[in-house]
Design a protein around this ligand. Structure first.
Ligand code: SF4
Length: 360
């Protein structure tokens, strides 16, 4: 075993966090944990992981879930395509592989949504296949160890870092090693101010020797951010002692595909009521509204590629707004609202305005 691998494995033994997906070899649970961890920090990931495997303890049970149930469970994690892909992949495993996970990274990558990283994590940790994982933490550790200046978001990075990762991988213990190098990047060789003085890899680290730790890894592109301005309308109507609202289903091609939010007018900035008056939806709203109440706060919500600014209005209605229903708009009672998967922006707004429906 090379000295870097040996030092990493010792460090891991002494420092690893006690997490529910450690010390297991169930490929289903490893898969669920890896996909969740691509979306969130470990503390929050543990909560989602436990709920997920409690609801669907194996791949057969996940495969029989509905998309709405899976998206509801995923609510708040973002990148909802990952959740939809997990459901399709579970169905593929059941239908094409009789419910048995493929054992090699090459075969796992044929499943929907499983890329190089997830395939390597599952096959190495569950089946001891000697393939190296490369996630953001591994990129950072390797770029520093080898003083590698190839930008990690360039097309050349894949080959360059794969060679380096393979050179340090402990092929006799690939699952443990892969977890060790990821954990080391997450806890010790962190992006800012890593603790180089106590680092067990210091003697092998070229970035440390060359005083270049804070310059690595190199990134080429900055993410292009799209700014969006949303005006949401929360319809309220009382019918037979129940309060109803309208929810809009987000269709394919949308960042929130499969989720529900409220009817919305989108523009290039936040508009005044007078400016909204020129919008077709607003004309339809006025036709059924008895009162339109602006919520004073303007909310900001940041996604990886989008910055959202949202203004909410409560629309108190006369009887009979259900004629606004169409393929994408559904009439939903207050008591059923919790069953619908919502973007975090909407969910947080509702949680912070729990008395909203008192206006009904
Ligand atoms: S010496 Fe510093 S930069 Fe190098 S591997 Fe250790 S913590 Fe990371």
């Amino acid at each position: 075993m090379n000295p870097v691998s040996a030092a990493l494995l010792i460090w891991y033994k002494n420092n690893k966090r006690n997490l529910p997906w450690r010390e297991i070899s169930d490929p289903y649970r490893i898969w669920i944990s890896e996909v969740i961890l691509q979306q969130t920090r470990v503390n929050q990931g543990v909560v989602y992981y436990k709920s997920f495997v409690e609801q669907w303890p194996d791949v057969n049970q996940l495969a029989s879930a509905s998309e709405q149930e899976v998206l509801k469970m995923w609510q708040g994690l973002g990148y909802y395509s990952r959740a939809r892909n997990m459901l399709v992949a579970a169905q593929e495993i059941v239908n094409k592989y009789n419910g048995v996970f493929p054992r090699s990274a090459g075969e796992l990558k044929k499943l929907r949504g499983i890329g190089d990283y997830t395939a390597a994590a599952i096959s190495s940790i569950a089946f001891d296949e000697p393939v190296a994982v490369i996630d953001g933490n591994v990129f950072r550790v390797l770029s520093r160890l080898f003083n590698e200046e190839t930008p990690i978001d360039s097309s050349a990075a894949k080959t360059t870092f794969r060679m380096m990762a393979d050179s340090v991988l402990d092929k006799h213990n690939p699952g443990e090693f892969n977890q060790a190098i990821m954990e080391f990047g997450a806890l010790h060789c962190v992006p800012k101010k890593p603790d180089c003085q106590t680092c067990p890899l210091q003697g092998s680290c070229l970035a440390f020797a060359l005083k270049k730790v804070d310059q690595l890894p190199v990134k080429k592109n900055r993410i292009k951010i799209r700014k969006r301005f949303l005006h949401y309308f929360i319809f309220l109507q009382k019918e037979q002692q129940q309060c109803y609202t309208l929810l809009r289903y987000r269709g394919s091609g949308d960042v929130w595909q499969g989720l529900y939010d409220f009817p919305c007018i989108e523009s290039d900035r936040i508009l005044s009521i007078a400016e909204l008056d020129h919008e077709q939806l607003f004309t339809a709203i006025k036709a059924v509204a008895t009162e339109i109440i602006p919520i004073p706060d303007i909310r900001k919500h940041i996604l990886t590629h989008q910055h959202l600014t949202a203004k909410f209005y409560v629309v108190k209605c006369k009887k009979g707004f259900e004629h606004l229903k169409n393929n994408s708009l559904s009439l939903v009672s207050q008591t059923e609202l919790g069953k619908y998967p919502l973007p975090r922006l909407i969910d947080q707004f509702l949680q912070e305005n729990e008395n909203l429906f008192d206006n009904c």
